[in-house]
Design a protein around this ligand. Structure first.
Ligand code: FAD
Ligand code: DLZ
Ligand code: SF4
Length: 533
């Protein structure tokens, strides 16, 4: 076992505190009562976590680099850390195996751990209570603002769990952007002001990246060596991997981007992956930043530095609202949640989700930048790759795996509700009142992608038509029985009702032809998967 520090006595009866790779915060509940004289912190790089899906190379390198830096910070405080590296002799490759090995080497009186972010690991932890030779205490995850039980109470008896209702409760609970019990500015939500297209010639702010230091370069080299066939490139790696760097990233965002964040929140532009987005989700999800400090920083920027309310509110809603909400929903509805398939979608994921090789310029752009940066912003995830998956009827399980693989910030607690509920409507409306289906016109309105596309977004059917156009109506036709009665779908179904049979037949024909060509692609893909991912 690697790198033990000389403090304390082996064979003492301190506590063994397991810190997972996404719990890298000194205030995480498993460390709150740490006694450096007697306790040991255990951190383990294990192959099972890197391969339960074949994560983007940058995600693994980010986590290993951040874990190694965090372990060093703890040691700097005089804490005894047992840190197991991926390639250390005897590494069993699993959390359970490494805990057993540590307990055999250290005579700990009990194990303390913070509850994990994923159901899979939660089940593992339940088994530890039965199988490990010492008691196991699983503590609530204090990195979130809404405890799991509180969300469960709120969700009890409701079929529809609407974010907006939850968010208002969270504003009242935290007092963020509130004045005398009322929302600042007299409104809860300023989204209507947040839908601008990026003007031509608009100059975007320069973004800071973080040059990998020796520890991070080691982690990058390890990933290149050990996981060469995983999706993604490492060359552009520039994520913050320490708390100090994550705080610098947050300060940069608040000063340079937040004042405009709201206005262009939904915009997309070719070759510009970041726009005004925060780029903090990997750090936030790994514990390097907390939701509370990020929201407070945005609130302060409005109250003290004149950042417009629509920008501060729009940003705070993403974290205090959406992020807390999807996490609560995940724990309230798992494990049944992932098994629903309300629209009966079953088409295999097309090969181009991995290769980016497609004539659809919007998908090519988003997949390309995701391969390079392990990042796409919200509207790209929702309205490009997500919308296509919805209207092409792609199998939810395959789409969910893709989203869990390709982003540096992906963990099932946040990926699953976003994909299964928000994008695919596979939960039948628990999360969203209607599917977010859209034709090419939406992408054309919010981006410049269509200008560089070999399809024509203005054409509805025929060989040059944008596939989003006929797939959108094909989706409406195929799901008429399921969706036509939904009052929020009244408008498209009125338009569909006014369509003559000939038009419907054209749509069906073009959609079938296009979707068949995807299946043919897929049939050839077996051999390609290994080489191109
Ligand atoms: P910004 O746009 O600057 O937003 C700030 C922060 O708000 C983010 O860092 C994030 O913490 C939070 N946030 C915003 N929207 C959401 C949301 N819908 N759910 C949860 N948190 C949100 N986010 C992840 O962290 N991991 C995922 O695996 C993930 N999968 C997604 C899949 C789909 C299909 C969609 C539509 C969204 C997904 N999101 C996910 C949410 C969102 O896209 C990312 O959090 C965001 O793009 C991260 O970039 P940013 O830090 O620049 O975010
Ligand atoms: C994502 C990830 C990876 C790739 N590797 C590790 C690891 O080696 N050790 C570790 O402690 N955590 C890792 N993680 C994060 C875990 O997968 C995460 O803690 C669980 O999914 C629970 O949220
Ligand atoms: Fe995407 Fe259609 Fe625009 Fe091409 S024309 S970029 S496929 S929306």
């Amino acid at each position: 076992m690697a790198s033990r520090q000389p403090r304390g006595t082996a064979g003492s009866t301190g506590v063994l505190r397991l810190v997972l790779g996404d719990q890298l915060n000194r205030r995480v509940s498993s460390l709150t009562d740490l006694d450096p004289d007697t306790d040991t912190v255990l951190m383990v790089e294990v192959r099972d976590e890197a391969t339960y899906v074949r994560h983007h190379k940058q995600k693994i390198a980010f986590l290993f680099a951040a874990m190694r830096h965090f372990a060093e910070e703890l040691r700097g405080e005089g804490v005894r850390v047992t840190y197991v590296r991926l390639t250390d002799d005897g590494n069993t490759g699993s959390f359970t195996g490494e805990l057993e090995r540590a307990l055999a080497a250290i005579a700990a009186s009990r194990v303390v751990v913070t509850e994990p972010g994923e159901w899979r690991v939660w089940e593992m932890m339940q088994a530890w209570r039965e199988t490990l030779p010492v008691p196991v205490e699983i503590r609530a995850d204090n990195r979130f603002l809404c405890p799991r039980e509180d969300f469960a109470k709120w969700a009890e008896g409701r079929h529809h769990l609407r974010m907006e209702t939850f968010y208002r409760g969270m504003r009242k609970r935290t007092g963020l952007l509130m004045e005398k019990g009322e929302p600042l500015g007299g409104r809860w939500n300023f989204d209507a002001e947040n839908r601008k297209r990026l003007p031509k010639g608009h100059r975007l702010p320069d973004r800071i990246g973080f040059q990998p230091d020796a520890v991070t370069r080691d982690a990058i080299a390890l990933v290149e060596r050990e996981f060469p066939d995983h999706f993604g490139d490492l060359a552009a790696f520039s994520w913050p991997v320490t708390r100090a760097d994550a705080l610098a990233a947050l300060r940069h965002f608040i000063a340079e981007c937040l004042p405009i964040f709201g206005d262009y929140q939904d915009a997309m532009k070719g070759g510009e992956p970041y726009l005004y987005h925060a780029l903090i989700s990997p750090a936030l999800n790994a514990g390097l930043l907390t939701a509370e400090e990020v929201c407070s920083a945005a609130e302060r920027a409005h109250l003290e530095d004149g950042v417009p309310l629509n920008c501060a509110e729009g940003f705070i809603r993403q974290i205090l609202g959406w992020r807390e909400y999807v996490r609560g929903l995940y724990w309230a509805r798992m494990p049944e949640y992932r098994d629903t398939n309300a629209l009966g979608a079953k088409r295999p994921l097309p090969w181009f989700y991995w290769s980016g090789e497609t004539e659809l310029n919007c998908i090519r752009e988003v997949v390309g930048q995701t391969r390079t940066h392990a990042y796409a912003h919200h509207i790209q995830r929702l309205m490009v790759t997500g919308n296509f998956a919805l209207i092409a009827g792609l199998d939810p399980a395959e789409v969910e795996e893709w989203y869990l693989v390709v982003f540096a910030d992906a963990y099932e607690w946040v990926e699953l509700p976003n994909v299964h509920g928000m994008v695919l409507w596979a939960d039948g409306g628990v999360m969203g009142s209607k599917p977010y289906a859209a034709s090419g016109a939406y992408i054309d309105r919010m981006s410049d992608y269509c200008r560089g596309c070999s399809y024509d977004v203005k054409i509805k059917t025929g060989p040059r038509a944008c596939p989003f156009n006929y797939l959108y109506w094909n989706f409406m036709i195929e799901n008429e029985g399921r969706l036509a009665g939904n009052p929020r779908m009244a408008m498209p179904y009125r338009t569909l009702a006014a369509m003559d049979e000939g038009r419907r037949a054209e749509i069906r024909r073009d959609a079938a032809h296009f979707l068949d060509s995807l299946s043919a692609d897929q049939d050839q893909s077996g051999a390609q998967v290994a080489s191109a991912t």
